[in-house]
Design a binder for this molecule. Structure first.
Ligand code: BTN
Length: 255
């Protein structure tokens, strides 16, 4: 990434902004491959022409409406999934902090759906996508947050508080730096933000397969453990999860 006039440092984050690009994830991955990135480089854009979502989906938004950004971490340390969890938690914490600063109560229904969707009132508000290149060290973690616009049936930050995408990025980066370094302590923080635990979920898997059960735990590698109607425990490291309802004492029998 070239040091452009738009680049500036913020608490050791090296933040650049561009009006339009294909995908901020792609940009940082290519720059990392060229050896041009320093640790904690961040790229934000007002508009992506080929924004990428999880599971090979697109991530689109009208120009200037939402937070579209990626960060590059040269030595992520913990398992890669933990960095993605940290970004998801940071988005939840940033929005909560902004709501609090505006005098509002903590949004009780704001949290994470496994693995890293930020949800508000059961609707998706933000997504996180990590990518690595075999030709570069480190990891790129991109995040898209609906700020002033959301697709049908999704949520946006404007429902809770007024902030612009750049201001929200500042809050996300600050929240990221406030998370505990210790992996075990952070794992507890992540679980506390995870709305999925204790829910009856349907896990959609590649190949049109699905599994229904109670989301019971997240293991040390970030995989979710789901207990089916027969009591069998299955572990998933990829898949789309749908929250069906909160689990109750009868769930072992009636799923
Ligand atoms: C998801 O599908 O839930 C993840 C969406 C991630 C979108 C962001 S927007 C900024 C960055 N650049 C991309 O191309 N994708 C991520």
């Amino acid at each position: 990434m070239d040091p452009t006039p738009g680049i500036h440092s913020r608490n050791d984050w090296h933040v650049a902004a561009v009006d339009v690009t294909g995908s901020t994830n792609d940009d940082l991955l290519r720059a990392a491959e060229r050896g041009e990135l320093v640790d904690r480089s961040v790229l934000r854009t007002d508009h992506q022409t080929v924004g990428r979502g999880r599971l090979d989906r697109r991530w689109d938004a009208p120009p200037g409406t939402n937070l579209l950004a990626s960060m590059y971490l040269a030595a992520p340390g913990e398992h890669p999934g933990a960095v993605v969890q940290r970004v998801g938690v940071s988005i939840v914490r940033a929005v909560t902090a902004l709501v609090g600063a505006a005098g509002g109560p903590p949004p009780a229904t704001l949290g994470l759906k496994w693995p890293n969707d930020v949800m508000f009132d059961g609707r998706k508000m933000a997504g996180v996508l990590a990518q690595r290149s075999t030709a570069a060290p480190g990891i790129v973690v991109g995040f898209g947050v609906n700020v002033g616009w959301s697709p049908p049936e999704a949520a946006d930050v404007a429902e809770l508080v007024n902030v612009n995408p750049a201001g929200l990025l500042d809050a996300v980066l600050a929240a990221f730096d406030e998370l505990p370094d210790d992996p075990a302590v952070f794992a507890a923080v992540y679980r506390a933000e995870l709305l999925t635990l204790g829910q009856v979920v349907r896990v959609h898997l590649p190949g049109d397969l699905e599994f229904v059960g109670v989301a019971d735990a997240v293991d040390a590698d970030g995989r979710i453990e789901v207990v089916g109607a027969d009591g069998a425990r299955q572990t998933f490291d990829v898949g789309d999860v749908v929250h069906l309802r909160a689990a109750s004492a009868g769930d072992d029998r009636d799923i």
